[in-house]
Design a protein around this ligand. Sequence first.
Ligand SMILES: [Zn+2]
Length: 405
Amino acid sequence: MIAMGLQNERIMTWWITNVLINGERGSIRLHQGKITHLGQISSVHSEKQMDGEGCWLLPGLINAHDHLGLDLLPHLGNPPYANSEEWGKAVYQPDRSPIREIWELSYWERLLWGAYRNLLSGVTTVQHHDRAHRQLGSLPIQVPAYRWCHRPGSKLKGWYGWARHAPFFIHAAEGTDEASYREVDQLHQQGKLGPRTVLIHGIALKPKDIEVLAQTDTGLVWCPSSNQFLYGQTAPIKALRKAGITLALGTDSTASGPDTLLAELQTVRGLLPDAELMAMVTTNAARLLGVPERGQLRVGSPADLLLICSPGASSAAEALLTCSPQDIRLVLVRGMPALVRAPFIESFPSTRLSPVNVNGELTMLQGPISTLLKRTRPLLGERLYFGQPIELLTAKPLPSPPRER
Ligand SMILES: [Zn+2]
């Protein structure tokens, strides 16, 4: 049943059969990077197909807040802090380890590491909250057009892509001091709130601010682990949910956040229903990022897809919220393989994928991961990347048998 030689996935038509789609066994047809059929297999005829081995089929996840260039940093500082400026001043010491060594890498190399942090947990789209780079479109994950400002009043701002109608992202109410409590009011008075504005954090939201967000249809990205680390508290998520605010989940960078979006999801499991947490990394996040066609399994949507092999799960949300990163066996971005593990490796003989060991398991990744590892290891030594060892494949010679004396 496994089709060999899916070499030209973007233009070709192919099927993944025998997958769980919303709990039902079914098949999906991909054509030119889009989903063109979902459900029971219809007539396959001569079209290529791959057996999905009974895995759960999910839409690619969306991380609604990250700073891709900062994702090699360990947690920095001695919290709690009053606001992000205080934290930034305390920890930004580019002449000292570990920032000194990490800054030896180019911005592009650091962006790539940020992309792999996301890809390894099934993320196919990221909101990058930082300056753009001319090659952002070449990362193994997708970064939609955005406008951004670091925080209210900051000179750090910019945009990426066809930005005229792109959503505007800003850190706001990130802190526990008086200034943080005033920020939403200021943004409202400046006319900056609305359906194309997305606030990040919202720790210092007052009940009146939440009303304003609801009235203006302003969205919010929740970064609970980062908030807990830096400030010892987080956004009033239940009040926000009750007010009907569109909520998405973001990791923030590794300098304050979790290893991955998967870890973040699993940390907050139980605070909100599973299906809502899943929406926060799929449909809700897609809406806030201005890409509403993503984050769902629907005919016509881009084929940003995951296969999670988690036989004990009773729903897609449960599979997502209980799986380990190793249970993610296949990630497709626009129908193209971006992460491939057994038993699907044979189906993608393409030379565009680089083989590496992740947690001791052969993992094929899109993009220059091998070159990146070679560049990074002399600077940072042996280390975990996002909680996992990632190593070059070395063709070690077999040990010679002991000589008989
Ligand atoms: Zn941030």
